[in-house]
Design a protein around this ligand. Structure first.
Ligand code: PMP
Length: 380
């Protein structure tokens, strides 16, 4: 049996997405900026994709900008907002559990004279709101907080965070990395008070190398990429039409079925946790996201368990596979209060709409027998 439980790293594209992309590549290959029919045909795909995503987010199609993925969207949001507001202040607030595509951007800005506050989280990985309130200053120009953490699935209280940010005496841009939330939990940036929202296509059965940034109408940020002024000058370069078409279709498909799918995944997740938590010396780090399970297996290094599971056809991740191919200790787990030993013994299982109870039963039984064998080698 082959069981893919690394869906927070990436998902399999919907067949419909693959088929549509092949059609666009083969037949509708025009440049959307061309004035002839081939160009207009290509432009239609872009318009459809914007409509589909706007429906998911309950926003206007003109508020959607296509990128090469959430890494670019996060860079564009943070650098674009920081540079647009530089005259008003250079203080940025973010959390201590952000993905590298946020953290390493703020670290780079630090070298350019920006000051960064990294908010602490509680033992469940939730940002401390009192600390957020305290850290807002006159020169704060941007707050960037992820909606769902990719390592443990902690769901941040985005609405409360937005209220604090928007309650400040001056205007502060609020950016949300929505990668692990989009298509899994409802996220409506305009209702929540979010100015910028990033997402990545391959996390919701769309193509890799595609993503978008929602920019609320009226919010001004500077572009990251200059050129032929495509996408209103916010993101130059000939649009990736096949990718955008695939992204738009995947968004439509996940959003139309989000409630049932997330309820089903959430139920499977609970059943899986029930099976795993019967084992001795395990710790559950999982947050409320329906697709992410994080478990610490005391005394067994996560890579050892990962490869032992791989031998049985089960694919999981240790720490955060999608951010680095060099295993590094997870900042999220350490910031939640886990010891280094515990962080080194943590495995992430992530579900998708295709995950079945049989797969999870097989995984839980395999984890049990491997963990019991491997624990014998623990030095106590
Ligand atoms: N943010 C989060 C929370 C993520 O999980 C990821 C992907 N691991 C990204 C950003 C970056 O997405 P991409 O690699 O598709 O650019």
């Amino acid at each position: 049996m082959e069981v893919y439980l690394d869906n927070a790293a990436t998902t399999k594209a919907f067949d419909e997405v693959t088929e549509l992309m092949v059609k666009v590549l083969k037949e509708d290959f025009g440049n959307p900026s061309s004035l002839h029919k081939k160009g207009l045909d290509a432009e239609h795909y872009i318009r459809d994709a914007k409509d589909n995503i706007a429906k998911c987010l309950k926003c206007e199609p003109k508020e959607i900008y296509f990128t090469s993925g959430a890494t670019e969207s996060n860079n564009m949001a943070i650098v674009g907002a920081a540079k647009a507001k530089a005259r008003l202040g250079k203080h940025i607030i973010t959390s201590s559990i952000e993905h590298a595509s946020v953290k390493n951007v703020t670290e780079a800005l630090k070298k350019e004279g920006y000051e960064i506050t990294y908010l602490p989280v509680d033992e469940k990985g939730i940002v401390r709101l009192d600390e957020l309130q305290k850290s807002i200053r006159e020169d704060t120009v941007l707050v960037s907080i992820m909606a769902v953490n990719n390592e443990v699935g902690a769901v941040q209280p985005i609405e409360e965070i937005a209220k604090i940010v928007k309650g400040a005496d001056h205007e502060i841009i609020f950016h949300v990395d929505g990668v692990q939330a989009f298509g899994k939990i409802p996220i409506y940036p305009k209702r929540l008070g979010v100015d910028l929202l990033s997402a990545s296509g391959h996390k919701f059965h769309g193509p890799k190398g595609t993503g978008f940034l929602f920019i609320r109408d009226g919010v001004r940020i500077l572009p990251l990429i200059y050129g032929g002024n495509q996408q209103s000058g916010m993101r130059s370069g000939t649009e990736n039409v096949p990718g955008i078409a695939g992204l738009g279709l995947a968004a439509k498909m996940v959003c139309e079925t989000m409630d049932e799918t997330s309820a089903r995944m959430g139920k499977l997740k609970a059943e899986f946790l029930d099976m795993i938590m019967r084992l001795p010396d395990v710790k559950n780090n999982s947050g409320d996201a329906p697709h992410i399970v994080s478990i610490t297996f005391d005394g067994v290094r996560s890579e050892v368990l990962l490869h032992a599971l791989e031998d049985k056809g089960i694919y999981v991740s240790s720490g955060s596979a999608c951010s680095s191919n060099k295993p590094e200790l997870s900042g999220t787990l350490l910031n939640m209060g886990l010891s280094r030993d515990q962080a080194e013994s943590t495995v992430r299982f992530t579900l998708s709409r295709y995950t079945t109870l049989d797969e999870l039963k097989y995984t839980a039984a395999t984890v049990e027998s491997l963990f019991m064998q491997l624990r014998r080698y623990i030095r106590r």
